[in-house]
Design a protein around this ligand. Structure first.
Ligand SMILES: Nc1nc2c(ncn2[C@@H]2O[C@H](COP(=O)(O)OP(=O)(O)OP(=O)(O)O)[C@@H](O)[C@H]2O)c(=O)[nH]1
Length: 473
């Protein structure tokens, strides 16, 4: 999606301001600052009364934070004095748009919120007795145009981010259905070949048309109709495979069976065979393309450890958050990092380091449940998403993991053994819809575990409070 450059938007922002006198600009900026708190309060009253919007605002943390952010946003929007200020404002609107997309707030609610704010702003201006008619008119236009431009920038960032999230979501769905794409591809090609052989044999021995093996009922047909079609949903090629299978079963197969020289509706037996072969060829061709296009799905896994890589982390966290909010459950995020891993590489070589990473991945797999998600985020950093988990159990799980690593004798390529340890930062979902906040809390807790001496678990307690250390042992 093409987007206007920051320079272009900056010139538009400045052009809006330039249409008004310096006095009018100052007045609006002061007015916004003075009324930021009451505008924010009005906004939340209105939005909480809306059942569609209140689900995104029902959490205390959201309300407290958003109330303050909203006041800052209103107070800062009309006060740019330099180009640098405008660039900063543009970046801020983009960031807000991205957060809205990440949280999944429907765009109409964002626009509704903007309308509500604008209406209140105009209302307050209207009831300000000190204003002469000209200033009132200028202030209303300036406020309105500025909010519109801010919403436009926000809206654009929203759609770009939303598109990206949808593509990741789509890829994840596909990934989940067809776990090992290379295997699946070989298996399905073989299944298609099997059906073709069976058909040739059946028709060679004179099987009646009604009893010939139907492609839609074959292993390949079943897989494609029930799994493939979902995995490749929306693609023209998948539709073409479905149509071709239907045509083979419903049009071509009933024409078989007559003796070899006869013609059916002007079509000879040989023509029929050629037609069938062409149709199977086209299925094979489309299938190859479908798998080819989705080859990058394998990129969802880390090659060294076979854990998930960070590609699908936003999708998985987004899904967990929606589920936890809907079912009023909790889950935990464990940020895990090997201590002094650089020394392993330095002292024993990179290959030894790789082997340690693989063994650690195995310990993580063995100490988590099959519903949990394990990611290698890069280097020696791992992330465990422990589903249906409260803080007490998450802490126990992290401790168990830490102890398992501490006890493990890691085997090196030269046959020697090595002891190592991990630091873990644990954050539990608290109701905030933005997964970045949760990750940040887990990261801060991990950072704190490192600072306090490593080989320990630190729980990130409630938002904005200092993480609490859990002494090792
Ligand atoms: N063997 C191997 N090493 C890697 C890989 N990815 C990153 N590393 C190394 O991991 C090391 C990470 O070192 P640091 O970030 O300094 O952290 P550390 O030594 O573990 O220290 P603390 O985390 O502070 O306890 C670096 O030396 C990287 O080169 C990999 O895939 N294989």
């Amino acid at each position: 999606m093409p987007r206007f450059s920051s320079e272009h938007l900056c010139s538009e922002w400045l052009a809006i301001n330039a249409r008004f006198t310096a006095d009018a600009q100052r007045f609006v900026a002061d007015f916004a600052r003075q009324h930021a708190a009451s505008l924010s309060e009005h906004f939340y009253q209105e939005m909480l009364a809306d059942p569609g919007a209140s689900q995104f605002l029902s959490n205390d943390e959201v309300q407290n934070r958003l109330g303050q952010s909203m006041q800052r946003w209103v107070a800062g929007l009309f006060a740019p004095t330099t180009e640098e200020d405008v660039f900063r404002l543009i970046a801020e609107q983009r960031k807000i748009g991205e957060v809205h997309a990440r949280i999944g707030i429907p765009v109409h609610l964002v626009l509704r919120g903007a309308r509500c704010l604008k209406g209140r702003f105009v209302h307050l201006l209207h009831h300000t007795s000190e204003l002469d008619e000209n200033t009132h008119f200028a202030a209303t236009r300036l406020a309105s145009d500025t909010i519109d431009l801010a919403m436009e920038i926000m809206g654009h960032a929203y759609s770009v981010s939303h598109d990206r999230n949808s593509r990741a979501e789509e890829a994840y769905r596909l990934f989940a259905i067809t776990q090992n794409i290379a295997n699946e591809k070989d298996q399905q090609r073989a299944a298609l070949f099997d059906w073709e052989n069976q058909l040739m044999f059946s028709q060679a021995i004179g099987t009646l048309p009604g009893e010939l093996p139907r492609i839609q009922a074959s292993d390949f047909g079943l897989w494609f109709r029930h799994k493939g079609i979902h995995a490749f949903e929306g693609s023209d090629e998948a539709r073409a495979v479905m149509d071709t299978m239907e045509e083979i079963d419903n049009v071509l197969l009933p024409l078989f069976g007559a003796d070899e020289q006869s013609t059916v509706l002007g079509t000879t037996h040989v023509d029929l065979l050629k037609d069938l072969r062409d149709k199977v060829k086209s299925i094979r061709f489309h299938l190859g393309n479908l798998f080819e296009q989705n080859n990058e799905l394998e990129a969802g896994r880390d090659v060294l450890t076979r854990l998930l890589n960070r590609k699908f982390m936003p999708v998985v966290l987004g899904k967990q958050i929606s589920q936890a909010r809907a079912q009023k459950t909790s889950f935990a995020v464990l940020a895990i990092d090997i201590d002094y891993f650089k020394q392993v590489n330095d002292n024993h070589g990179h290959q030894a380091g790789d082997q340690v990473l693989q063994q650690l991945a195995l310990i993580l797999v063995n100490n988590s449940r099959s519903g949990d998600y394990l990611f290698r985020l890069g280097g020696e950093e791992f992330l465990l998403i422990a589903v249906d988990m409260d803080a007490t159990r998450a802490k126990a799980m992290a401790e168990k993991l830490r102890k398992s690593v501490e006890r493990e004798a890691f085997l090196l390529p030269d046959g020697k053994e090595l002891q190592t340890s991990i630091s873990v930062g644990v954050a539990c979902f608290e109701g905030h819809p933005d997964y970045q906040l949760l990750l940040r809390r887990a990261d801060d807790a991990l950072y704190s575990a490192k600072n306090r001496g490593r080989n320990r678990v630190v729980m990130a307690t409630a938002t904005d409070t200092a993480p609490q250390a859990n002494p090792p042992g």
